[in-house]
Design a protein around this ligand. Structure first.
Ligand code: ZN
Length: 185
């Protein structure tokens, strides 16, 4: 083997190692590196003490999810997003909504007319601030998500008004999208 051939071989070997490493480093979901309870497939209930939640959640998520806070209206990147995919609980990964049930309500928060399944949420009466409202919590981790109102569009007539900070979004796989588009034609 000539010297230039060896040099080429070495270069190619380095290149393939490099691209493998960078693939391994890719994160599939945002900001869940230090959250051990986050899973999009495990449906077993999560119960942690308040101080444990404080440790694993960002201050923004903790304030809404665990202290029933409300994010400022018109601040969530998901409010007007029309991307196709699935919305998960940002605290525990429980699948909550499909993008095709999302609509523009103009209320300032991401709005949906139907959850992925009835059992993905818990419904609780909320009479705070002199209002009669229904609070929705994630059924897996009991985090506060938002409220549901009865002024939504058909077919349900419901409006799930959800804080974007407690949502995680995953785009539908490109292949699935192509498949669905093929079906329409
Ligand atoms: Zn959850």
């Amino acid at each position: 083997m000539k010297l230039y051939q060896i040099a080429l071989l070495v270069t190619l070997t380095f290149q393939s190692c490099y691209s493998q490493n960078s693939n391994n480093k890719k994160e599939t979901m945002e900001n869940n590196k230090k959250n051990p309870v986050y899973s999009t497939t495990d449906s077993s209930k999560v119960t942690l003490k308040d101080e444990e939640w404080k440790k694993i959640l960002s201050p923004e998520v903790y304030q809404v999810a665990r202290q029933k806070g409300t994010e400022r209206p018109y601040t969530s990147k998901y409010e007007t997003s029309k991307e196709v995919g699935t919305y998960y609980c940002a605290v525990c990964g429980n699948p909550l909504f499909k993008s095709d049930t999302k609509f523009e309500s103009g209320c300032g928060w991401p709005s949906f007319y139907e959850p992925i399944s009835k059992s993905s949420m818990i419904y609780l009466p909320d009479n705070s601030y002199g209002m009669k409202r229904t609070e929705v919590e994630c059924s897996r981790c009991k985090s506060h998500l938002g409220h549901v109102f009865e002024d939504g569009p058909p077919p349900t007539g419901l409006r799930y008004c959800i804080n974007g900070v407690v949502l995680d979004f995953e785009k539908a796989k490109a292949a699935e999208k192509k498949y669905n588009e093929g079906e329409k034609h």
